[in-house]
Ligand binder design. Structure first.
Ligand code: BES
Ligand code: MN
Ligand code: ZN
Length: 491
């Protein structure tokens, strides 16, 4: 578990700056202009700050880039971090500015001289998100424990204080998703995953865990087939946040939770297989959103359902060529046991609609390697059967700067899924692999149900640092979905 570096907001006290220890952050657009806090730092350092902000290097720096004055003369602080801003910057740049602060914080006390700068809440969020570090499995060494603080000296402390709880609720949800995705599969078994979701009950969520006998009874043979080669029992976890009007149809979020994907009997090559610990990324995002909604007591009805399975080769494992019956009643020929996510989602999607009659449904899955080939690591694939719903989601994703790109659907693609022996087969060949996967899911979405499928295979885990996350799990779409709820589903 990574602890949140929750921000506090205080009025600026110029006279205490000389004696402040830890790190101090000042903002500059470059050039001569300085706000009150920066002017004081400049005076204390006898002009060093002005030399930095007026340097050619700082002129070349981009918004969110930072330079450091270490152990500055005339101050108790161990560093003054100067972060490049643009007073007219948008929300995404503001979060990147925060990211520079969070990245450099490293457990120290940080005092940010934000003054009257707009978008300070987004800067604070960026700092929180970037200060994430997954160290649960590192043996502690000599490094100091991470007890730092994050304080913003501002002109409107009271206004910003009122937003603190909502900001940390978002960061908590993102961190929860990242922790789940980063966790290795020997730790995050299906049972451990379910237990971590049950623990969310403490926040007021209603959480149910359906075990194998219950899933058998519901007829979820497609989901159960995927997990039958594993020692870890398959589970479906249902999380309900009913903070909205009684009786209003909820928004449903459905997540693929394959805690490890070996490919099964259609086994994957060894190189890179370790990344398949992240194949529960869809379920992780759903869990993260539910946590955020509960923490900020959202006045909305949202249900989150995740299918938790492990895809292993074994004497009892599902074989290529097996035919399974879904909860819906359709039979599926399993051509390739590595196309398992869609089998899991088919049953959970059907169950979500059958039980909750939702107003709309969004599923998230690390579903296809093909989406990584098509869109790389900057955008997730977005598939939808409803233009208005899709537009609302894309707007939320744009607001949060979480890359999302709409992809097509179409009857011609569904043709590729025709089976000789069953109603449908689980793969449609290499051409348009992400689209045929989406078409497979669409079969399990009722006709008038607004539905979005998000293929997050390329974005859930990143090999490189990003402005708001160190390498590893990103928590992609926790923020966008929370935003979608705020903008469209709250009373
Ligand atoms: N979990 C994988 C997809 C994946 C690939 C996620 C890379 C993250 C990074 C999925 O279950 C899978 O194996 N898909 C196959 C489908 C194929 C057999 C039709 C794929 O994409 O190769
Ligand atoms: Mn697979
Ligand atoms: Zn998979």
């Amino acid at each position: 578990m990574t602890d949140i570096l929750a921000p506090s907001f205080i009025p600026l006290e110029i006279d205490s700056l000389a004696a402040a220890d830890g790190r101090i952050v000042v903002f500059s657009e470059g050039g001569e202009r300085m706000d009150k806090g920066a002017r004081r730092i400049n005076r204390l350092t006898r002009g060093a700050l002005a030399r930095l902000t007026q340097s050619a290097d700082f002129a070349k720096a981009k918004v969110g880039d930072a330079m450091e004055m270490a152990w500055p003369t005339g101050m108790a602080a161990e560093a003054v971090q100067v972060v490049k801003i643009d007073r007219k910057m948008g929300l995404a740049d503001a979060r990147k500015v925060g990211g520079a602060i969070g990245k450099a914080a490293r457990g120290k006390d940080v005092l940010v001289l934000a003054g009257a700068l707009r978008h300070t809440p987004e800067i604070a969020l960026g700092a929180m998100l970037r200060a994430y570090d997954f160290t649960d499995h590192k043996t502690p060494g000599d490094e100091p424990s991470r007890t730092g603080s994050l304080t913003f000296a501002v002109t409107n402390a009271e206004v910003l204080k009122a937003q603190e709880a909502d900001l940390t609720a978002v960061a908590e949800g993102v961190f929860f998703a990242r922790d789940l995705v980063n966790e290795p599969a020997n730790v995050l078994t299906t049972s451990e995953f379910a237990a971590r979701l049950e623990a969310l009950e403490a926040l007021g969520l209603q959480v149910e865990v359906l075990d194998e006998p219950a899933l058998e009874k519901l007829g979820m043979r497609a989901l159960l087939g995927v997990g039958q080669g594993s020692e870890s029992p398959s589970k479906v976890v249902v999380m309900q946040w009913m903070g909205g009007k009684k009786g209003d149809a909820p928004l449903a979020l459905v997540g693929k939770g394959v805690v490890f994907d070996t490919g099964g009997i259609s086994i994957k090559p060894a190189a890179g297989m370790e990344d398949m610990t992240m194949d529960m990324g869809g379920a992780g995002t759903v869990a993260g959103v539910m946590k955020t909604l509960a923490l900020r007591r959202a006045p909305a009805n949202v249900v989150g359902l995740v299918g938790l399975v492990e895809n292993m080769p074994d004497g009892r494992a599902q074989r290529p060529g097996d035919v399974v019956r879904t909860m819906k009643g359709d039979t599926v020929e399993v051509i390739n046991t590595d196309a398992e996510g869609r089998l899991v989602l088919a049953d959970v999607l059907w169950y979500a609609q059958d039980r909750f009659k939702p107003a709309g449904i969004v599923d998230l899955a690390t579903l296809t390697g093909a989406i990584v080939i098509g869109l790389g690591h900057q955008n997730a694939g977005v598939f939808a059967n409803d233009d208005a719903f899709c537009k609302a989601f894309l707007k939320a994703a744009e607001h949060e700067d979480e890359g999302a790109w709409r992809m097509p659907l179409g009857a011609g693609y569904a043709e590729q899924l025709k089976s000789r022996v069953a109603d449908v087969k689980n793969v449609g060949g290499r051409p348009g692999g992400s689209v045929t996967a989406a078409e497979f899911l669409k079969r399990f979405v009722k006709d008038d149900m607004p539905w979005i499928h998000l293929d997050i295979a390329g974005v859930a885990l990143r090999a490189e640092d990003t402005p708001l996350a160190p390498k590893g799990a990103t928590g992609w779409f926790v923020r966008s979905l929370d935003r979608l709820v705020r903008d469209g589903y709250q009373d």
